[in-house]
Design a protein around this ligand. Sequence first.
Ligand code: FE2
Ligand code: FE2
Length: 178
Amino acid sequence: MVRVSLWQSLWQRLYRGFDDLLSPWRSLDESPAVALLDPPALALYRRMAKPDRRHSLRLLERLRQEGHEHPDLLVAALLHDCGKAATPLRVWHRTLKVLMRRLAPTWWAHLAAPAPPGHWRYAFFVLEHHPCLGAAWAATAGCSPLTVWLIAHHETDPDPSDPRAGLMVALQAADAAS
Ligand SMILES: [Fe+2]
Ligand SMILES: [Fe+2]
């Protein structure tokens, strides 16, 4: 994982929160996603909330600017957070995750433990487990095993000896910066 300070994480979250609030009034050019994704994957991308789609497009653009062209990586860039579409997520849910993961990880683990849809903790469960939820959906949508792996593990440290680690590091760095 890319290590950033709590303040950097909070600043990033506040920036994205501000983006969330302005999102309904801001246009979004989604042509890069339309050009890159097959219909089932595009349908999955479109399930995401607009701020998450905007974040994914920024990530894709950043990877391309850095010269990355691997199609499985680029698809993962667009879909890495698709599991968050399992339930509506508010800015305060996302901010609480950033704070509690750093400051009270044991409490966060309890808050984000498995919970059924409709339960008051379900949003926290989704936030914590969106990589696995999204990877399962991506597999069902016919994404490649490499894309599915990148989505499933995008919030955990890759094994440096894994030949796929370089792609994961690129994805995680762009995710942290986007
Ligand atoms: Fe994520
Ligand atoms: Fe992300």
